[in-house]
Design a protein around this ligand. Sequence first.
Ligand code: S3P
Length: 166
Amino acid sequence: MGHIWLIGLMGSGKSAVGSVLAERSGLPFYDIDDRVERISGRTVSDIFFIEGEDAFRNLEADQLRTVAAEPDGIVATGGGSVLAESNVATMSDSGTVVLLEVTPETAAARIGDAGTRPLLGGDTLERLADIFADRAVAYRVAAEVVVDGNDDVETVADRVETACDM
Ligand code: S3P
């Protein structure tokens, strides 16, 4: 079957939906941001601010490759994982890439205070709308399956199961 790689904007529900899918299926759950934090001993924010975004992107790519070789499971990626074509290749070669598509309004409402997200700050909705506009094509190109993520976690998890024949 391969992995189920969940992609999408910050606040699209990748981690929440991924945990539910893993619980329901009994498959392992991998969270790329969590793994980057564990391996580096720093928070994502600290990596961005101290070492810079490129350093974070390298760690993210390393973890995507590492997880690709692990037993089949559900993977919550970071929202920027589609920015590198090599990441997209790693994901599609090792499973199904599923886009949780949400509006910037949904994402902003879920995130609320942008506190721990280094790419946000200022007006969260405005920033998310900009990021969404920049990445909309990349998300669509990377995705083999697109699921409407603008609903509660259980409903979105149902949609992924149906779309992926889980
Ligand atoms: C990012 C999304 C974050 C995290 C980092 C960069 C992005 O992950 O990887 O702050 O570029 O969209 P989430 O999508 O899990 O918030």
